[in-house]
Design a protein around this ligand. Sequence first.
Ligand code: BEZ
Length: 219
Amino acid sequence: MSLRINDEAPNFTAPTTQGIINFHEWIGNGWAILFSHPKDFTPVCTTELGYMAKLEPEFRKRNCKIVGLSVDPVENHEKWAKDIEETQGYAVNYPMIGDGDLKVAKLYNMLPAEETGTSEGRTAATNATVRSVFIIGPDKKIKLTLTYPMSTGRNFDEILRVLDSIQLTANYKVATPVNWKNGEDVIIVPAVSDDDARKMFPDGWKTVKPYLRIVKQPH
Ligand code: BEZ
């Protein structure tokens, strides 16, 4: 069964470019992003992993670790990391999991469906992970899942934007509107009465409809 928001993120131990990790211990008390790519030494993946290397300090500021994964061995990740730095201009200083036995890929449903008509099980084409992303909270629960096809590079700025929203809405009874960016106005959740909202937001808010109350982003 596929993993859902609020499920516990399955724990595992796996080899990475920074040694063997126990996933839950590695997350510790912070946030984490686990993301898979199909194959080392491929063009779209090179741009994606390079962009995550650029964004890593932003995730770190938000107390969020990031870890990549593919079915390639750790030694290949290490060699490929040099190409990523050379071509994308950012050194990969986050760990990459070598999931050669597909253990994590299967736990997190990162593999595409098997081709029909194959009696031998998975083929080389279906052995590669698709482009999955999981955001995991300090409670080890899944907060976001995202799955992109092999041929489409992800927008990791969006992942950072969602992390900002999730971290904000974990602490305040607000939700974030369409295309919201950190610092912009937010929405008071409908479950909060006006009486309670007055205590939470003493500077007031704008009522567009009784169910749509806009307020400055709390800090
Ligand atoms: C790529 O990263 O360019 C790629 C990898 C696997 C399938 C298609 C594209």
